[in-house]
Structure formats: C-alpha cells, structure tokens
Design a protein around this ligand. Sequence first.
Ligand code: OSB
Ligand code: MG
Length: 368
Amino acid sequence: MKINRVELREIQMPLVHYFETSFGKTTLRRIVLVRVDAEGLTGWGEVTAGEEPLYSHETFETAWHVLGDFLIPWVLGKQWASPSEVAAKFRPIRGHNMAKAALENALWVIEAQQKGISLAAAVGGTLQEIPCGVSIGIQSSIEELLEKIAREVSAGYQRIKVKVKPGWDINVLERIRSEFPRIALMADANSAYTLADLNHLKQFDRFYLMMIEQPLGWDDIIDHARLQREISTPICLDESIHSPDEARKAIELGACKIINVKLGRVGGFTSAQRIHELCRTRNIPVWCGGMLESGIGRAHNIAMSSLPGFTLPGDVSASRRYWLEDIICPEVTVSARGTIHVPQTPGLGYEPDLDRIEKLTMRKELFA
Ligand code: OSB
Ligand code: MG
C-alpha cells in the first residue's frame, strides 16, 4: 500500500465519570487520532498515551512530536508491503510505542479493507464474541464502590477489576468479598507497592483473586519474580511489558503467570501478535487491557481480543461507561452475558463519525 496522506488530530473528550488510579485522576481525555489515506482507503488509529507521563513516559504531546517529526515522514509517499513492514521500520526508534501503534494500527484497518475482511480476521482473530470485564477506579467511599460493582455485575460483566493502593486495599477487598463472595475479582495496583510491603501483599491471598496486576515497580521484573514465589495469587504484568522479548524474560524469570496486552504499550498489532503467540506456547493466559479509549482504539482492542489466546475477560467494555457520545457508529455495546460481538464486516467494523470528530478537534496537522 502506498501512503498518500496522514492527518494528526487532537480531540478532547470529557469522561462520564472521573477515573482514579494509584497514580492520579483523569477527568478529560486528550486523544491524538491518526488518519491515514492510502490508495483511496482510509484507516484510523488512536494514541493511547495519557495526559501526563504517569502510567508511561509517553503523553499525547510526545506522541504528536514523534509521529509528526519522525514516524509519519518515514512512511509518507512510500509503498509498503504490509503493516508489519512498517512496524519493522519503526524499530530503531527506542520506546514511543503508543505513537508507533497509532500509525501501524491504522494501516491494519486499510489492509483489512484491501483484503475485504474484518480487522479481527486481518490480525488473526477467530472468536466472534469476546468476554468482557470492567476496571473500576478508586472511589470516594467503599459504599460507592460496592454500588458500582453491583451495577456492573447486574449488567452482565464477567469479571470486576478494582484499583488498589496502600490505604485502599485489604479493607476494600474485605468488604467486596463479604458482599460478593462469588464474583470473578481482581485488583490492579499500578505499581503502588514495593517488596517492603511483602507481608502486606501476602494478605491479598485470602481474597482468592483471579490475579493481582502490576503490584511492584513499573519497570521491574526481578522483584515481581521474588514476590510471585511468596504469594499464591497469580501476578499479571501490565506496565513492565513493552515487547515480545520483555514478555519472554518475565515468563522465564517467573515474574508473572498472566499478561495484560495493551496495543499501545507494546507498540501495535505486530508486537501484540508475537506476545500472544509466545504466551500461547508457554501456557500464559493473556487478556486485553484498556486505556480509556475512544471508539477507534476500542474497536482495535475488540479485534485483538478475538485472537484465540485471549481467554480471560479484558478491560474492553461499553462506550457508555466512558462517553456520553462516542466517535464511532454504532457505539460499542455489551450483551447481557457480558460479551461484545466482534464485527465481521470489512475493515474497522464501526464507522468513524467525522462530524463529531471535527467538532471535538482542538488542532490538526496534515502531512501530504
Ligand atoms: O492500569 O489498566 C490500567 C486506565 C488508564 C491507565 C492504566 C490502566 C487503566 C485502566 C482502565 O485500568 C481500563 C479501561 O477501562 O479502559
Ligand atoms: Mg493495569
């Protein structure tokens, strides 16, 4: 495919409800969208980086810089055999995976259209329906959290993830388990602890959680391996895994029993496919994480979740949980069994709402 034109846009979307983790609170998303035009076809990608460099070193601004000054000029006006060839071209740039993923993933949408198949099929997906969970942020009271859990469970979601941090953990899990002894439950710490908290973390074992996500350092796999030997709750890594090679090392060290795959964090579909393959051969379950995406990134997550190794419910849920109005039509909905139907039509499977995107646009830049 020959890339004729690329457009960067920043859109701003207020969340229906703020989202709080151990590293901070998000109320307004500032999202960079990448639109690629190639041979009469259009593909969209989304930068999943946050507003501040807290989850990752990347922000929407660093992604704009790296895309506009490096990645886009490298690919514009040239002929590419496949999106994976573009991913290989990007490899010399160290890091900036969320910037890379936004552009590469847009190309997968174009490739799917060229082949007349769904994005899910183009990336190797087989499931027609994916199991969904929700990630619930830190609330102002435990009562409020319990209320939210009750609402999501009755909506049908198959597992509940709660955010934890020192002071909002054992006390909270205790209450959740006494109200909901049977739900599939997990906790995400976003690196809020260190090995000095070992005895405290051992207490998590009594809540029979599906997993604890990223309890220790965002760049660590050594201490996680040590912790995994001391606790029975499976550790799932999120922040620490940026590549197939890092996934392999974490598995070989025993730093995790499960991996959360995020398209942005690992640098796009090509890298995600390789991590998926590796984990399948090592019997490590994977699931698709979320980054409070708009409909574009959400549609990519749905396609990735259709790969056969994505056996655990992901953090991919209904548009309504985030947005009053999404930027795709139809918006993403979840069935009463807690599943999302994977679109089978050619391309993205959802129509980007161009008028709405234009209205939300704060700035744009054209590369042609
Ligand atoms: O750690 O999984 C995380 C959101 C932003 C940054 C990091 C994380 C999250 C979530 C939300 O947990 C997942 C979602 O609902 O999109
Ligand atoms: Mg996480």
